[in-house]
Design a protein around this ligand. Structure first.
Ligand code: B12
Length: 128
C-alpha cells in the first residue's frame, strides 16, 4: 500500500450487532490501515466525522434491515458536502436483491456474512 489509508467504521442507526463491525475494524487495522470506530451513528454524524477526520473510506455495518433507508442517505450527504470521492462500503445482512439498488445509489461495494477479511482488505487497498 502506498499511503496509510484512513477508514471510519460505523454501525448504521440503532443496529445492535457489533461483532462483525469490530472484527472488520481490527482486521483493517492489523493490515496497516488507520481505523476510527464510531459505534452507532446516524448518516449526518457519519458524514460529519468522515469529513473532519479526512477519511478515505466510509465503512457502514448493519444487520437490522435499515440499509435501504440509511446507506443511500450517507452517500447523498457526502455529495452535498462535496466529499463524494470517498469510498463507501457496507457489510452485514443485505439481501442479494438489494445489492444492485445500493450500488445504483452510490454504495461502492457490499460485503455479506461470511466474507473473508482478506477480501475486504484487498478491495480497499485496490481502490487507492
Ligand atoms: C449475534 C446476533 C445478535 C446479537 C448481537 C450481538 C453481537 N454479537 O453483535 C443480539 C442478541 C444483540 C441480536 C439482536 C437482534 N437481532 Co440478531 N443476530 C445475531 C446473529 C446470530 C449473528 C450475528 C454475528 O455476530 N455474526 C458474526 C459476524 C462476524 O458476522 P457479520 O456481522 O455478518 O459480519 C460479516 C459481514 O457481514 C461483513 N461486515 C459486517 N459489518 C461490516 C462492516 C464493514 C465496513 C464491512 C466492510 C463488512 C462488514 O464482514 C463480516 C465478516 O465477514 C445473526 C444471524 C446471522 N447469521 O447473521 C442474527 C441476525 C442478524 N439478527 C437478527 C435480528 C432480527 C435481530 C433482532 C431484531 C432481534 C429482536 N427481535 O430483537 C435484534 C436487533 C436489535 C437491533 N437494534 O439491532 C436477524 C436480522 C434479519 C434482517 N437483517 O432482516 C438475523 C439475520 C437473524 C435471523 N436469521 O433472523 N442479534
Amino acid at each position: 500500500m502506498k499511503k496509510r489509508i484512513r477508514v471510519i467504521i460505523a454501525r448504521l442507526g440503532m443496529d445492535a450487532h457489533w461483532r462483525g463491525s469490530i472484527m472488520v475494524a481490527r482486521a483493517l487495522r492489523d493490515s496497516g490501515m488507520e481505523v476510527i470506530y464510531l459505534g452507532n451513528q446516524l448518516p449526518e454524524n457519519i458524514v460529519e466525522t468522515a469529513i473532519q477526520e479526512d477519511a478515505d473510506v466510509v465503512g457502514l455495518s448493519t444487520l437490522s434491515g435499515n440499509h435501504m433507508m440509511l446507506a443511500p442517505e450517507v452517500v447523498k450527504r457526502l455529495k452535498e458536502k462535496g466529499a463524494e470521492e470517498k469510498v463507501v462500503i457496507i457489510g452485514g445482512t443485505i439481501p442479494p436483491d438489494d445489492i444492485p439498488k445500493l450500488k445504483s445509489e452510490g454504495i461502492d461495494e457490499v460485503f455479506g456474512p461470511g466474507t473473508p477479511f482478506g477480501n475486504i482488505i484487498k478491495y480497499i487497498a485496490a481502490s487507492f
